[in-house]
Design a protein. Sequence first.
Length: 183
Amino acid sequence: MSDKNLKTATLGGGCFWCTEAVFQEVKGVEKVISGYTGGIAPGRPTYREVCSGLTGHAEVIQVTYDAHMISYADILIIFLTSHDPTTLNRQGADVGSQYRSVIFYQNENERTSAEAVIKEVAPYYDQPIVTEISQLGTFYEAEDYHQNYYRNNRSQGYCSAVITPKLAKLRKMHADKLKAVSA
């Protein structure tokens, strides 16, 4: 019998390659899956369709974590400090509603926790936080080549220019919440 208390959190903070790489380093996180949710287009969306901005879906990650090791609130704090939650439908050069900052909740406890964490983090930003809080609908797993993107493409230009600095910020701000690095 396992003593793990596995839960999931579904979050959108711009390009899912970035948020996936961040949460893969967090202690208590069992797995991270890149995908899409939040839209109204019928059927299983493709990357090309989501990138068009016409599906209403956001690029998201689904984080499976052990709630005995890390709380939902800590997951949200890491999320809100690892991207810019003050820009509407934009993260850096990625523009459109598919790159919106969003927390998808599964129950009322998660919704109220998300509201409380946003209030807690808000004073650290000069601009208002515009992160959307929405009820989770159907989560669609992204195509295989999007999974573990940073790990598989570390030397690619986008990874070097955008993701590597985000990971450096994560390691500085949340060192106590990260997995031990093997030598």
